[in-house]
Design a protein around this ligand. Structure first.
Ligand code: THU
Length: 136
């Protein structure tokens, strides 16, 4: 669990991710994903996956949530909640790990599913030796 973010706020973010997951546009994979980012002040920014008939244009839920947070003026992600339908819940793909890392390499990630099989990760667990702005 994040140091600064309350458990109540985390529960609100899980609820928001479950809700936004209902908006996923995933007619090809039928794999619906919802993400909710909590910024440093507890603000919640959501995203769902959006697929396309040209499959490679698909956008993941986590990156949609990063775009929403950025559009709202927030890059200071404390927690990213990701809800999938699988057991165990899926962890973010490599592309999303890299995009999340650019915001805050110290963030915590909570993967869960509607049955609430929660797993917490640090980004360093998921993306060790990350390439970032300090790498060049
Ligand atoms: N997907 C996400 O939204 N986030 C991930 O981290 C992994 C994959 C989506 C993309 C696609 O719409 C579906 O899940 C199946 O790959």
């Amino acid at each position: 669990m994040s140091r600064e973010i309350s458990s109540e706020r985390i529960e609100e973010a899980v609820a928001a991710a479950l809700r936004v997951r209902e908006n996923a546009y995933a007619p090809y994979s039928r794999f619906h994903v919802g993400a909710a980012i909590i910024d440093g002040d507890g603000g919640i920014h959501v995203g769902c996956n959006v697929e396309n008939a040209s499959y490679g244009l698909t956008n993941c839920a986590e990156r949609a949530a990063v775009a929403a947070a950025t559009s709202g003026g927030r890059r200071d992600i404390a927690v990213c909640v990701v809800v999938t339908q699988t057991s165990p819940p899926a962890a973010p793909c490599g592309a999303c790990r890299q995009v999340l890392s650019e915001c805050n390499p110290e963030m915590r990630i909570l993967t869960t599913n509607p049955a609430r099989e929660d797993t917490w990760y640090s980004l360093a667990d998921l993306l060790p030796s990350a390439f970032g702005p300090a790498s060049f």
